[in-house]
Structure formats: structure tokens, C-alpha cells
Design a protein around this ligand. Structure first.
Ligand code: FAD
Ligand code: DHB
Length: 390
């Protein structure tokens, strides 16, 4: 087989790029290791930047998002018995975020690919990129007992943190930066009315908690847990009891509980791999960078990579202009590092660190006091949360 762009990974990054390129008449084939049901069974992000939502519309995948997603113009930070609101709308000159689940967004992208007859190959095993430094890179993979080969101009590594793409870049070329946090987030999805129409990020001595939602009948809650905990350690009842203890009293009293329909633990990690290009391989999304979830930057950073790659590939194929491809790594990384800084800051501000000394705790308190006494500080938080310009 032959195509222009070979894409590894059928998560949001790979699917969005595949769809956008197809709409511009640029041939591509996408290889995904898992079945579609498996990919759609993962419950992950829920908050989309305005720029991401625009990209979904450009990909002709924004209809359900616009109908069912919720525009949020602010969120709360609960701390020290208080609940302060961050007014995104006011501090960004009218910007906001869209609350729409990654699962739904991925489903919309798959449906759009199906409708357009896009080449999406599921359960592709042993996907391997070859000859990345040559003008004729290719991919091999196995479907059942059959071996296949795809010759391409470019290969896009959109295969997440555990994918094969980043690992195919020689170690002496790639510089990896990593910070692992000593806790994870235990997340619960439940078919209950959300406790608050806007998200609540809660700092508490017992640990961080987050009240989020997917719709007015579907709630998503998280609590910080030690890395040694497993999902089996947490019955639904224990989860709700712990969540209530970490929320302001009036919020806890209004919490509607119910059976969990999904429960999982995600460890918190910051990670960046540089550069994001090696020969004709381009990394995008979690394949190149991970953030701790506080501040909802993960999926949004993936989307900004896709924005840059999409425009770079269109410039190459339609205008013979390679500047975008040449600059991709530097441009994407500049934004990625800002998302890293913001996620690290939000995580440090709101979590309970097992090894923190009294000095650190007073600084955390002071950071929050400063935040809500300074319009400049709230502007900084708001402009990062709604997403810096592409
Ligand atoms: P992925 O979604 O990881 O997709 C990569 C795809 O590549 C997968 O479908 C995988 O099966 C496939 N793949 C992997 N290896 C291969 C291979 N060798 N061959 C073929 N295919 C392969 N972000 C937030 O903003 N908020 C959150 O609350 C949040 N929660 C998260 C919870 C968890 C448990 C995780 C892991 C991430 C979370 N994130 C969150 C981050 C966000 O979900 C990711 O940033 C986003 O999924 C990145 O999309 P992606 O397409 O780059 O990677
Ligand atoms: C969600 C996750 C986040 O990390 C975040 O900051 C906000 C919302 C969510 O899953 O709903």
C-alpha cells in the first residue's frame, strides 16, 4: 500500500489529523493497535479549549459537541473553607472552555472517518516505522497472520505515551524530561446530577479533589490517592465519603451519590521528549508529552500539535512550502512547555505532597491568597486555562 501520510494511533490526535488532512484531499492511513470499543471505553479528559473546539468544527465534527457540550465561563477553587470563582470570561476578554468528554469527541471523529470512507485500520499489531531518515519511510504491521507494508512520505507518531514511535528515535537524539508525582487521581464516573454547574477544584489537607461533569446527568469526580492504592481498595461508599470530607460543607451536603459506572486510577506525571521530529517522523500528543491532569492541558496540548502539523502538511502539499514542517518541533514545543509549566503550577498549588514541610504549606496558602487578591494573577490563570493562542 502507498499513502502520503501514515498515522500511528487512533486516539484523538491521530483521528483529528486524519480527518483534517482527508478534508484537504491529502491521502492518509491510520493504524490503531486496539479495537474501537476498547479505545471508546477509556474515560479521560473533559475540558476543551476554544481553539480545540474550533478545530473540531473545521474537521466537520463539531455538530454534537456544539449541541451537547457545555460552555463554561468560569470554575471554582475551594480552599481553606472558602470557595473562590475564577472568572474565565472576564479575565480573557470573553473566552471560555467547552465541557465535552474525550470519549464522545473520539466517537464523533470515528464516525466522521467512517462517513468519509477514511482508512482506519484497527487491531494493527507490531506496527513498526522504518527508514525514517530516508525520503521513502514505511510502516509495517501485522493483521492476524498477515504482514503488511505502507509506503509513505511522512509518518505521524500519535500513539500515546506507551507507543512505538518515540521509541524508534535513537536515544542519543532524544532528550527526555520527566517528573513523577508521589500520587495519582482516582476518578469515578456516575449517572448523577453534578454537584455544581461549574467545576470545583478543591485543595484540602486530606488531598486534592475535583468535581467535574460530562453533562447535567453525568458526573465525573476525582480524588488524590497514594500511588500504592488500587481501584479495589476503594468501594463506591469509601470514595463518596472521602470526596465529601474534602469539599466545603455546603457542597458536600448537596452531593448526590450513586453507583460508579467507571472507576480508575491515573498516576500523575510530567514528561517531554525533544525534538518532536526525527527525519520524516513527527510526534504528536501524548507520544511526545504528558502533563498531570490538573488544569486539563493534556488533550488540549495534543490538539495544538495537530493544529501545527495539519497546517504544515497542507502548506507542504498545497503550496510546496516546507517552513511549517521545518519549524514544527520548535513551535509545538514552545507551547507544550507553557502547558507543562501551567500544569505543574496548578498541581503544586492544589495537592497535598507527602514530603512537604511547613514552609511549603505556607507558600501554597500564600500563592492562593495572592491569586484571589490580584486581578493580574487571575488573568494569568484564566489565559492559560482557556488555552494560549496557537
Ligand atoms: P492517546 O489518547 O493515548 O491515543 C494513542 C492511541 O495510540 C491509542 O488509541 C493507542 O491504543 C494507540 N497506540 C499505542 N501504541 C500503538 C502502536 N504501537 N500501534 C498502533 N497504535 C498504538 N487529559 C486531560 O486534559 N484531562 C484528564 O482528565 C485526563 N485524564 C487522563 C486519564 C488517563 C488514564 C490518561 C492516560 C490520560 C488522561 N488525560 C487527561 C490525558 C489525555 O487523555 C491525553 O492527553 C489524550 O488522550 C492524548 O491523545 P493522544 O491521541 O495523543 O493519545
Ligand atoms: C477533568 C479533568 C481534569 O484534569 C480537569 O482539570 C478538569 C476536568 C475531567 O475529566 O472532567
Amino acid at each position: 500500500m502507498k499513502t502520503k501520510v501514515g498515522i500511528i494511533g487512533g486516539g484523538p490526535s491521530g483521528l483529528l489529523l486524519s480527518q483534517l488532512l482527508h478534508l484537504k484531499g491529502i491521502d492518509n492511513i491510520l493504524l490503531e493497535r486496539h479495537s474501537r470499543d476498547y479505545v471508546l471505553g477509556r474515560i479521560r479528559a473533559g475540558v476543551l479549549e476554544h481553539g480545540f473546539a474550533e478545530l473540531m468544527r473545521e474537521a466537520q465534527c463539531g455538530e454534537r459537541m456544539d449541541r451537547e457540550g457545555e460552555i463554561h465561563e468560569g470554575f471554582y477553587i475551594a480552599h481553606d473553607g472558602a470557595r473562590d470563582r475564577v472568572d474565565l470570561h472576564k479575565y480573557t476578554g470573553g473566552n471560555s472552555v467547552v465541557v465535552y468528554g474525550q470519549t464522545e469527541l473520539t466517537r464523533d471523529l470515528y464516525e466522521a472517518r467512517d462517513k468519509m470512507g477514511g482508512a482506519v485500520i484497527h487491531e494493527a499489531q507490531d506496527v513498526t516505522p522504518h527508514d525514517l531518515k530516508s525520503d521513502a519511510p514505511y510502516l509495517t504491521y501485522r493483521l492476524g497472520d498477515e504482514q503488511h507494508r505502507i509506503d509513505c512520505d511522512y509518518i505521524i507518531g500519535a500513539d500515546g505515551f506507551h507507543g512505538v514511535s518515540r521509541k524508534s528515535i535513537p536515544k542519543d537524539v532524544l532528550k527526555e524530561y520527566e517528573k513523577v508525582y508521589p500520587f495519582g487521581w482516582l476518578g469515578v464516573l456516575s449517572r448523577t446530577k453534578p454537584v455544581s454547574p461549574e467545576l470545583i477544584y478543591a485543595k484540602h489537607e486530606r488531598g486534592f479533589a475535583l468535581c467535574s461533569l460530562r453533562s447535567q446527568v453525568l458526573s465525573r469526580y476525582y480524588i488524590q490517592v497514594p500511588l500504592t492504592d488500587s481501584v479495589e481498595d476503594w468501594s463506591d461508599e469509601a470514595f463518596w465519603d472521602e470526596l465529601k470530607m474534602r469539599l466545603p460543607q455546603d457542597v458536600a451536603e448537596g452531593l448526590i451519590t450513586g453507583p460508579s459506572i467507571e472507576k480508575s486510577i491515573a498516576p500523575l506525571r510530567s514528561f517531554v521528549a525533544e525534538p518532536m521530529r526525527y527525519g520524516n517522523l513527527f510526534l504528536a500528543g501524548d507520544a511526545a508529552h504528558i502533563v498531570p491532569p490538573t488544569g486539563a492541558r493534556g488533550l488540549n496540548s495534543a490538539a495544538s500539535d495537530i493544529y501545527y502539523l495539519y497546517h504544515a502538511l497542507v502548506d507542504h502539499y498545497q503550496n510546496g512550502d516546507d517552513a511549517g514542517l521545518e519549524n514544527y518541533s520548535a513551535k509545538a514545543l514552545a507551547r507544550v512547555w507553557k502547558a507543562q509549566r501551567f500544569s505543574w503550577w496548578m498541581t503544586t498549588l492544589l495537592h497535598t505532597f507527602p514530603d512537604s514541610i511547613d514552609y511549603d504549606k505556607r507558600l501554597q496558602q500564600t500563592d492562593l491568597e495572592y491569586l484571589f487578591s490580584s486581578e493580574a494573577a487571575q488573568t494569568s490563570l484564566a489565559e492559560n486555562y482557556v488555552g494560549l493562542p496557537f
